[in-house]
Each structure stands twice: as structure tokens, then as C-alpha cells.
Design a protein around this ligand. Structure first.
Ligand SMILES: NC(=O)C1=CN([C@@H]2O[C@H](COP(=O)(O)OP(=O)(O)OC[C@H]3O[C@@H](n4cnc5c(N)ncnc54)[C@H](OP(=O)(O)O)[C@@H]3O)[C@@H](O)[C@H]2O)C=CC1
Ligand SMILES: O=C(O)CCC(=O)C(=O)O
Ligand SMILES: [Mg+2]
Length: 424
């Protein structure tokens, strides 16, 4: 494909995919083209560090036989400059579709008015229905809790539905008024307190959307030998959306994984076909879950939840293991994957070479694992743990540690590289 502003690297080749059932099997050449979006705000600080560290790790792990051919694609502020005010160029979407594996920095979304989230748009346009966010403690990382080592959870956040579908109308608009009138006249709704001045949002949650997400969570628990999958929901209040999510989850476990009632139900238990061990499928109401993860984190491993709960839970859990400076993630469909940090553009730090590149870097390790380049991924994790162990850390960790040396984002990357080179 010929692009307007994207330069395709001459030395690289495309990753391709085949499907074994619903399981994607990637064919990764030695020099894959990986599209990346630099990101707004602190994107300019963290993305170059991520690329540099990944390049060194790949070179070191494979003795120069493998190499990533980075291809910059554009979204957000940089796109608007380049494409004459277009924030979300269609060729960016096409490039990611064609190359299957990409990584991105954060993108700004205005609050209240303005355009809708580009991050959410990417997920929806490419049907990246799983937002997978692992949360675990890395040795030496400062934490506000006593036992951060007890936190080892992987959040599966539904990424395509819920109130993130963006179906909402402003208070006082013609559409909101019409919808309120329809609800009152046709559906007998009497509970809208100020009908003429109410914004209205719709929360779509489907059986198919819920089941495909919960299926992925269960398969992950099987693959990684994890003891439980917890469905987190607010189904006592939102019965036909959040409550249905839970019910469809139990139904799926029975239909597809031969689940049996656990201690009389509603929890169920399935057998892990790989190990013969039990996996408990359970549910917890979202507000209670926020205290459970603080007080009894070791009771939870895989979490399956809807979009908004997953958004809240991922930042809250990240805090327990050191903050959103070290919180990676992936957005996945059955063939395409975009890796990105949990955090946003942190505008007050933009361009200061100050913030922690750790979240994006760990997202890159998830990307390398996804590509089957686990040796390079492991090197980065080792390098990062060593840099943290030496207390050469960015401001977010330095302010929680005694006698740490606060270093800029770029220097933190160099410390990781030095540490990786000593591993060899
Ligand atoms: N996927 C995406 O691209 C996302 C985009 N966003 C967007 O980002 C913008 C800003 O959102 P905001 O609510 O401020 O949330 P942010 O996640 O951008 O920042 C909130 C705070 O988190 C800490 N933080 C964030 N990133 C890092 C890092 N790399 N290293 C260390 N600390 C970090 C900082 O804390 P402190 O002040 O304590 O130093 C920062 O002030 C919004 O437009 C939002 O929509 C938000 C989330 C995800
Ligand atoms: O799209 C945004 O601006 C925010 C998204 C977000 O907070 C997230 O995905 O965790
Ligand atoms: Mg968020």
C-alpha cells in the first residue's frame, strides 16, 4: 500500500497470522515492521527510550540476527499537524491492520466536549476487544502497601462496549429531549428527575461481547495455570448489563468449560485440562472488589470485567505495585494487537525527560512475548529490575524510596541498557 505520510522501512517484512481455531499463530520474520505511534504529552519522552531499550535487547538476545524495523504512524496531535487537522488518519488504521502488531504512546482526550477518545476509537475500529493489563510487583519497586508481592493479577477489561461506546447526548439537546420523551411515553419511565436538563448516556452490554472477553480470561487462566477468574461487576444495581455480564460468564463456563457448582454456587469450578488442577470462576461486586484487592490481593488472579470497571481497577491496582509509571497493557483482537501503557499523557510533565518509561517498556515486553521473542523480553525485565535495585529511578519511584538517585527518563533507559549488557 502507498501511504501519504508513512515511510515504510525498506529492510523490513510484514508479520502474518494464521488461525488455529480462535487462536492466532503469528509468523514473525527476523526483521518485522512494527508500526508505532509516538503519543501526545509525555509520548515524546517515553517512546524513544522504549525503542532504544528494545533495540539493544533484541540485538543482544539474538546476536544481531533479529531486528525491529520501526515504522512511525500518526494519531493525535502529531497527526493533526501532518494531515491538516486530521487527528485519526485512515492510513494509520490501515497500516496497523496490515502489520498486525503495533505499539503506541498515550493520546490526549479532552474532558466534557471536543472529540471522542482516539485511544477508544482505535480499539473499537480494530475490534481490539480485550484490554489485558497484568499487574505484578517487581523486586525493589517502592509501594504504599505492606505486601506488594501478594499482588499478581491480570485484568481482562472488555474494550468494545459499555459506556465507552460513546452513545450519549448533551443535556438540553434535541436528541436528549427526544430520547427522554420516548422513554417517558413509550417505556413508562418516570424516574428522570429533570427531564428537560438531563444528559443521557447508553450502556450497551451484549452476550456475545461479554462471552468473548470472559472466554479469553478463562483461556488465559488455563494457559498460565492461574487459580481463579473473578468477574467484577455492579450487577446488583445494573442488572441487565453488569448483572448479565456475570450471568453470561457462569453460563459460558458451564457450556464451554464443563464447570460444576462450587460449594453450592453461584461460584463454579473448572478443571484445567493442562494440569488437572481446579480453576474457580467467581464474582465480586465492583465496590467490594476495590477493598478486596487492597486487603486480600492473594485471593485474586485473573479478573474479567466491563470497560469502566476495568479502567478504574487498572489504575487502582497499579498504585499497589508502584503506580502507573509501571503499568503495562495490550489491546487485542483475534489477530491484531496494539500495546500501550495504562497511563495517559501526563501533560504537566510533557517534554521534560522526567517520567517513568517503565509502563511503555513493559508493554513492549508484552509485545515481544506476543511475537515469540521472549529472550529479549526477559532481558528487559532483568535490566529494569537491576536499575531499580541500584536505586537509579525516575521521580515517581525516587519520591517513595530512601536514598535513591532521581534520573531522567532517558537516563533510566541507559541504566537499563547498562544492566542488560552486564547480564550477558
Ligand atoms: N491510553 C491512553 O492513551 C490514555 C490517555 N489518557 C489521556 O491522558 C490525558 C491526561 O490524563 P490524566 O488523567 O492526567 O492521567 P495520566 O495517566 O496522564 O496522569 C496522571 C498522573 O499519573 C502519573 N503518571 C502518569 N504517567 C506517568 C509516568 N509515565 N511516570 C510516572 N508517573 C506517571 C502522574 O502522577 P503525579 O502527578 O503524581 O506525578 C500524572 O500526573 C487525558 O487526556 C486522558 O484522556 C489517559 C489514560 C490513558
Ligand atoms: O482514552 C482516554 O483518553 C482514556 C483511556 C483510559 O483511561 C484507559 O484506557 O485506561
Ligand atoms: Mg485509564
Amino acid at each position: 500500500m502507498v501511504y501519504q505520510h508513512i515511510s515504510v522501512p525498506s529492510e523490513g517484512a510484514k508479520i502474518t497470522v494464521q488461525h488455529n481455531g480462535s487462536r492466532p499463530i503469528l509468523d514473525v520474520p527476523d526483521c518485522p515492521i512494527i508500526p508505532f505511534i509516538e503519543g501526545d504529552g509525555i509520548g515524546v519522552d517515553i517512546t524513544p527510550v522504549m525503542r532504544k531499550v528494545v533495540d539493544v535487547a533484541v540485538k543482544q538476545a539474538y546476536g544481531g540476527k533479529r531486528k525491529i524495523a520501526w515504522m512511525e504512524v500518526f494519531c493525535g496531535e502529531k497527526a493533526a499537524q501532518l494531515y491538516d487537522g486530521e487527528w485519526f488518519p485512515s492510513e494509520t488504521l490501515e497500516a496497523i491492520k496490515e502489520h498486525l502488531v503495533a505499539i503506541k504512546g498515550p493520546l490526549t482526550t479532552p474532558v466534557g466536549g471536543g472529540f471522542r477518545s482516539l485511544n477508544v476509537a482505535l480499539r473499537q475500529e480494530l475490534d481490539l476487544y480485550v484490554c489485558q493489563r497484568p499487574v505484578r510487583w517487581f523486586h525493589g519497586v517502592p509501594s504504599p502497601v505492606k505486601h506488594p508481592e501478594n499482588v499478581n493479577m491480570v485484568i481482562f477489561r472488555e474494550n468494545s462496549e459499555d459506556i465507552y461506546a460513546g452513545i450519549e447526548w448533551k443535556a438540553g439537546s434535541e436528541e436528549a429531549r427526544k430520547l427522554v420523551q420516548f422513554m417517558q411515553k413509550e417505556l413508562g419511565v418516570t424516574k428522570i428527575r429533570w427531564p428537560d436538563a438531563t444528559g443521557v448516556g447508553i450502556k450497551p452490554v451484549s452476550e456475545e461481547g461479554s462471552k468473548r472477553l470472559i472466554r479469553k480470561a478463562i483461556l488465559y487462566a488455563i494457559e498460565h495455570n492461574m487459580p481463579s477468574v473473578t468477574m467484577v461487576h455492579k450487577g446488583n444495581i445494573m442488572k441487565f448489563t453488569e448483572g448479565a455480564f456475570r450471568d453470561w460468564g457462569y453460563e459460558l463456563a458451564q457450556q464451554e468449560f464443563d464447570a460444576q457448582l462450587y460449594e453450592g454456587g453461584p461460584w463454579v469450578v473448572i478443571k484445567n485440562p493442562k494440569t488437572g488442577g481446579d480453576i474457580i470462576i467467581k464474582d465480586v461486586i465492583a465496590d467490594a472488589m476495590l477493598q478486596q484487592v487492597l486487603l486480600r490481593p492473594s485471593d485474586y488472579s485473573v479478573i474479567a470485567t466491563l470497560n469502566l470497571n476495568g479502567d478504574y481497577l487498572s489504575d487502582a491496582l497499579a498504585a499497589q505495585v508502584g503506580g502507573i509509571g509501571i503499568a503495562p497493557g495490550a489491546n487485542l483482537s483475534d489477530s491484531i494487537a496494539i500495546f500501550e501503557a495504562t497511563h495517559g499523557t501526563a501533560p504537566k510533565y510533557a517534554g521534560q525527560d522526567k517520567v517513568n518509561p517503565g509502563s511503555l517498556l513493559l508493554s513492549a515486553t508484552m509485545m515481544l512475548d506476543h511475537m515469540g521473542w521472549g529472550e529479549a523480553s526477559e532481558l528487559i525485565v532483568q535490566g529494569m529490575e537491576a536499575a531499580i535495585g541500584r536505586k537509579t529511578v525516575t521521580y515517581d519511584f525516587a519520591r517513595l524510596m530512601n536514598a535513591a538517585e532521581e534520573v531522567p527518563s532517558s537516563r533510566f533507559g541507559e541504566c537499563i541498557i547498562q544492566a542488560m549488557q552486564q547480564v550477558a
